[in-house]
Write a protein that binds this ligand. Sequence first.
Ligand SMILES: [Zn+2]
Length: 376
Amino acid sequence: MVLDIPFNRLWLRDHCRCAECFHPITRQRLVDTFRVTNHWPQEVKRTDAGIEITWKEGNSDGTQHISAYPWDWLSHADNRSKVSESVEFGLTAAGKEYWTSSISRSPPTVSYEDVMVSETAVLTWLEKVYRHGFCFVSDVPPTPEDTEQLIKRIAFIRETHYGGFWDFTADLAHGDTAYTNLALKAHTDTTYYTDPCGLQIFHLLSHTEGSGGESLLVDGFRAASELKTLYPDDWEILSTTPVPTHSVGDVSYKYVLRKGHPIISSSDGEPSLIRYNNDDRSIMKTSRSDEISSWYRALVRWDSVLRSSESEYWFKLTPGTVIVIDNHRVLHGRAAFTGKRRMCGAYIGRDDYMARLLALQDQRAPPGQSVWDPML
Ligand SMILES: [Zn+2]
């Protein structure tokens, strides 16, 4: 029998969500896809709720299985069009808002007291991080212990060659300029990882016997969009030319991406990941003079967009204020400083932060999440 509805037979059978075919608790596939390739619809019923199919196996006469599919859910049959990042991660509420330096008038902030006791407040916190790419936490006790506990309200810490939770001064403990008192231009961290760290969290615990060290943030997504508007050719070049990167200052670990990745990654024309630290760039591998001169032109324009007064949000961190930065989007930097600074903080993996955000949204939703949830 030919199925008189515009859906593929195996696709339907493979997506049966009955308790036999799909585990209702773990929400994993139980049906053996490879044993139902010869299942054919014997009967198709249309109801107000959806369609119900009675399957039979091969040429046998006996009924094998009944599946029911809601109409809503059947829209997945033609759902390959533009999938935004929030949909990709199953998020419902949060969108992204690009910002300029005027965000200084009211930067996204949550309070330590709230996020330490309330899951709803953690959701608000992470939605702010998602929307703006950064968020302050106010009134944090200026100790490493309290800061670590705060960070773990988001998720477990991502260990790297810099350690798990860091507590450091400008002593060059790791072979990286972050561990000096030099100025750092706007950059993202760990450009030399195949999966750059997702969130970075900083707390300035003390700054004594000196001055300077103002902090800088730049919305990399806004800057990339600006570049695309002003200089579309340069956007094209920076989003397609791979940039090799390295971090080899440590004795024990040498991170090298010989091929590298473009500075701007994009999805459906929107920026999705900024990977940029000009100091960590390795040898550009092109011998063609026209190619490399176009790339440098694009890089110089990217730098000018990043350093415009519209882009640069400068502020002074003080003990008690923690900052959380989306390292896939927002660039950070700092002015040179004198005296002694003690900083602590950590990284959290991108997937772990997004998974926590999704779980918190899920907890807020009405109970009894359906097996027909579009994310499954
Ligand atoms: Zn089934």
